[in-house]
Ligand binder design. Structure first.
Ligand SMILES: [Zn+2]
Ligand SMILES: [Zn+2]
Length: 147
C-alpha cells in the first residue's frame, strides 16, 4: 500500500498498489504555473486504485482541447493532489511530491523539455521529449519493467 497526502494533513490518500507508480516530469509552462515550481512530477495511477479521505475539493478546468480536467485539492490547505481528465477515463495523474515516499520517486521520462528551466539537468539515460511524447511510446516507457 502506497500513501500520501497534502501539506496540512487533512487530506490523505492510499493507492492499492505494491510499488510506487510510474512517474514522469512535465516542464510545460502550465505545469510550472500549477506547481509554482520548475516542473510537475506526475504519478500515473488507475482511479480505481486511489482512495482519498478528507475535505478534498474539485476544481473543474476546461482544457484547450475541450476536455474537462478535474483537479482535486485539499479543501483546507489547497495542495493540489491529483487530477483526472475526461479525455483519459480511468487514469489519474497524482502529484508525486505528495507521496509519503516521494524520496523514492525516480522519473521515467521528461516531457516539454523545450520549456525546461535552464538550470535543471536530466540524466542522460532518462528519455526526454521536446513537447508531448507520442502516446504509444510514452505508454511503453511508463509501463515498461523497471525496478
Ligand atoms: Zn491540506
Ligand atoms: Zn505540463
Amino acid at each position: 500500500m502506497i500513501s500520501g497526502g497534502c501539506r496540512c494533513g487533512a487530506t490523505r490518500y492510499t493507492l492499492a498498489v505494491d510499488v510506487i507508480p510510474p512517474v514522469y516530469c512535465c516542464h510545460c509552462l502550465d505545469c510550472q504555473s500549477w506547481s509554482g515550481s520548475a516542473f510537475s512530477e506526475q504519478a500515473v495511477v488507475r482511479t480505481d486504485a486511489l482512495s482519498i479521505t478528507g475535505p478534498a475539493i474539485d476544481y473543474l478546468y476546461q482544457t484547450r482541447s475541450d476536455a474537462e480536467s478535474h483537479q482535486r485539492l485539499c479543501g483546507v490547505c489547497h495542495t493540489r493532489i491529483y487530477n483526472t481528465n475526461t479525455a483519459r477515463p480511468g487514469i489519474a495523474l497524482l502529484r508525486a511530491g505528495t507521496l509519503d515516499a516521494s524520496d523514492k520517486v525516480v522519473p521515467r521520462a521528461h516531457i516539454w523539455v523545450k520549456r525546461k528551466q535552464p538550470w535543471v539537468s536530466i540524466a542522460d539515460d532518462v528519455p526526454t521529449f521536446d513537447a508531448n511524447a507520442p502516446p504509444a511510446e510514452f505508454i511503453a516507457i511508463l509501463m515498461g519493467a523497471r525496478s
